[in-house]
Write a protein that binds this ligand. Structure first.
Ligand code: IPE
Ligand code: IPE
Ligand code: MG
Length: 239
């Protein structure tokens, strides 16, 4: 029997396979990213319908900055459009928007749009849509370690004060519960620097489907399959 703590609250997704989706059709990778942005809309709506509290989407990693200037520029343009139109729609539906990642690497106009959206949606009480942008989990952990060292050097905390709660509070995901489900599309089975701390006891689901082809039905199938899993957290059996 599942416990109240196992109630499905949070799904994290690594949205992978846009490039391969386009390549299969002889199209430029940017077309795959555009189609992928449409899937984002469909999956957000589907997640909202299930009553999910948090949906965290990996949109751009710190390592993705190493892609060609052309691809990075087109992704940033797509993001600008998304921040202007689609996210406005989410705001109207009462979704709270949060961004996690290293903002200083992003163009200033995009950061401004992100901050405006966060401020405008901060009191919304429907699902929280958390978008990982210029996000890298190792960098996030290093950032937390530095902040904690600064506090300790200043004498504001003692090293023994650093526990899981305090450490979690220093991460970009402060106040967001750990994901219950992680989904990665496109057949790759790796984490790619995503939520390393937060995924400690998350249930993993990998699908061969490329992100632009992922849909509501597949999301619901994964949720059904999650319900049959037994989360033991190191104990002998779930209580
Ligand atoms: C995921 O699709 C989107 C981003 C990483 C921005 P990819 O662009 O990684 O697509 P593949 O993996 O090359 O097919
Ligand atoms: C992970 O996908 C990042 C995002 C989906 C935003 P990548 O395509 O960048 O990951 P690797 O390079 O295959 O590990
Ligand atoms: Mg990829």
């Amino acid at each position: 029997m599942s416990k109240e703590t196992d109630k499905l609250k949070h799904i994290a997704i690594i949205m992978d396979g846009n490039g391969r989706w386009a390549k299969k059709r002889g199209l430029p990778r940017t077309v795959g990213h555009k189609k992928g942005a449409e899937t984002v809309k469909e999956i957000c709506k589907a997640a909202e319908k299930t009553g999910l509290e948090y949906l965290t989407l990996y949109a751009f990693s710190t390592e993705n900055w190493k892609r060609s200037q052309e691809e990075v520029d087109s992704l940033m343009d797509l993001l600008r459009q998304y921040l202007q139109s689609d996210l406005k729609e989410l705001q109207d539906r009462g979704v709270k928007i949060r961004f996690i990642g290293e903002r200083s690497m992003l163009p200033a106009d995009i950061v401004e749009k992100m901050e405006n959206l966060e401020a405008a949606t901060k009191d919304n009480e429907k699902m929280t849509l958390c978008i990982a942008l210029s996000y890298g989990s190792r960098q996030e952990i290093l950032h937390a370690a530095r902040r904690l060292s600064e506090l300790a050097v200043r004498g504001d905390i003692a090293p023994s004060d650093i526990d899981e709660k305090l450490f979690s509070d220093m991460l970009y995901t402060k106040d967001i519960p750990d994901p219950d489900i992680l989904i990665r599309t496109s057949g790759e089975q790796r984490i790619s620097n995503y939520l390393l701390w937060q995924l400690a006891y998350t249930e993993f689901f990998f699908t061969e489907t490329l992100w632009p082809d992922f849909n509501e039905k597949q999301l619901l199938e994964i949720i059904d399959s999650y319900k049959t899993r037994e989360r033991r957290y190191g104990k002998i059996e779930a209580e």
